[in-house]
Design a protein around this ligand. Structure first.
Ligand code: ADP
Length: 433
């Protein structure tokens, strides 16, 4: 390199080059040399800066994830360092993807739960709620981060949460929009990041509770209904036993015992039938001519038809259907018997059994007492009776049985009634061949 500086001066001393040219070449060479040195310095500086930046990156990565160990030597090899960062980036991407998938799965599980889940922090601000919670109490995205005290939530619900926070885990039933909710609050759960959270689990127990109530009602009604015939049977039997009645009265007492026993038998039979229908017990299925079944029913009801002198007008089609004959017999009998029972003497009852569009249509119309509209929504309930007609006899299970039979055969039942004008009951059931 130095020869480039010396050669022009040697040429000058041996008079081969003029002084001016030698000086210009020397200056040009020195300028070129300085420029090269300047460039080298710059390059060195930027490499130093880059290394510094890499070091900082390594420190940052390591401080955010203790599991990652990077040798500081890689800093001095730019390519190695870049590969390292790329590798790191793909590992991080995979981790992010994994935790995202985990988060989605968890969300799916929580949203699929039949329970409402709500999390609030120590300031009563919502930190999480699942889909059921939105359905139960209409919580929205905009409610996240809001205090429960500022939202339009049921007051009873908010007060259960406050009670749990001051007294410890609490569980209560609350009512909201005609539904009953079981609310369980577990306060002060610590999260991984040591935050205090209150967990609220809500369950819609409306159906459960009403079933429990229905069971209680059933037992109380059933025992009540059975108690009266048993009491009168015992009374009549004692009269005869202690010889307290004349021979004629004893015969009457015995007849009453037989009639009360019949009432009890009907009640027990109806209860058994209802229990079979409610438990979806398999019953025998066979091809039945419904017209024959209906004729049989009218035959069984002949005594009461004649006793009340009811005029029966009927129009029947022959319909063959696969079913349990006992089901159709009960369906026809209970509806027609009601039409007769709840009509005055000499009244008219119209019966139709038609085959319409692959459906069996059974219609019974009477001109009897009718059912006050206030009672109509409840008359298909077990043991429900309209008080004024209680002395007509009956178990109060007739229409409950009818409803279950219609449900069993995927049919529809419709009842229209007006007080003192009469009642119309229509049943349509798809015909199974
Ligand atoms: P019950 O054994 O008392 O007849 P049901 O379940 O068959 O029980 O009927 C429930 C109640 O509905 C009856 O007690 C009666 O008050 C009323 N009801 C049913 N059918 C008629 C009807 N055709 N006309 C008037 N009231 C009726």
């Amino acid at each position: 390199m130095l020869s480039f500086l010396i050669i022009p001066w040697i040429l000058f001393f041996i008079n081969q080059m003029s002084f001016g040219v030698t000086v210009v070449i020397t200056i040009l060479f020195i300028a070129l040399l300085s420029f090269i040195i300047f460039l080298l310095r710059q390059f060195q500086k930027s490499t130093l800066l880059e290394s510094q930046a890499y070091l900082e990156i390594i420190e940052f990565i390591q401080s955010s994830n203790q599991d990652i160990k990077i040798s500081k030597d890689v800093v001095h090899d730019k390519n190695l360092m870049l590969n390292y960062i790329k590798e790191m980036q793909s590992t991080l991407n995979k981790q992010i993807l994994k935790s995202e998938r985990y988060r989605k799965r968890l969300r799916l599980i929580l949203d699929g739960l039949q329970l409402g889940i709500l999390l609030i922090d120590k300031d009563y601000k919502i930190t999480y709620y699942n889909k059921k919670m939105h359905l139960f109490f209409n919580l929205m995205e905009k409610d996240m981060g809001q205090s429960i005290d500022q939202l339009e939530l049921p007051l009873a619900f908010i007060s259960v949460i406050h009670e749990a926070v001051s007294k410890g885990a609490t569980r209560k039933d609350i009512e909201f929009k005609n539904k009953l909710y079981d609310v369980q609050v577990s306060p002060f759960l610590k999260t991984e990041s040591n935050e205090t959270q209150v967990l609220i689990v809500v369950d819609d127990v409306s159906l459960e509770r009403s079933t429990e109530q229905m069971k209680k009602d059933f037992f109380s009604y059933a025992s009540h209904e059975l108690k009266s015939p048993i009491t009168s049977i015992k009374g009549f039997a004692e009269l005869i036993l202690y010889d307290m009645v004349t021979k004629d009265d004893a015969i009457k007492a015995l007849a009453s015992i037989v009639s009360q026993s019949d009432t009890m038998t009907t009640l027990v039979e109806d209860m058994l039938m209802l229990s079979r229908l409610e438990n979806y017990k398999e019953s025998k299925q066979m091809k039945v001519d419904l017209k024959d079944t209906l004729k049989e029913v009218l035959n069984v009801l002949k005594p009461i038809i004649e006793q009340k002198n009811i005029i029966i007008s009927h129009n029947m089609h022959m319909i063959e259907m696969v079913c349990d004959p006992m089901d159709m017999f009960k369906l026809f009998k209970n509806i027609i018997e009601n039409a007769i029972k709840y009509s005055k003497d000499n009244a008219k009852v119209t019966i139709k059994l038609h085959h319409v569009n692959e459906e069996m249509l059974f219609v019974v119309k009477d001109e009897g007492f009718g059912i006050p509209s206030i009672h109509q929504p409840r008359i298909f309930e077990r043991f429900y009776r309209v008080d004024e007609y209680r002395n007509e006899g009956g178990t109060g299970l007739g229409l409950a049985i009818v409803k279950h039979i219609v449900m069993k055969y995927d049919g529809i039942i419709n009842l229209e009634s007006k007080v003192n004008q009469g009642t119309l009951v229509e049943v349509s059931i798809p015909i199974k061949k």
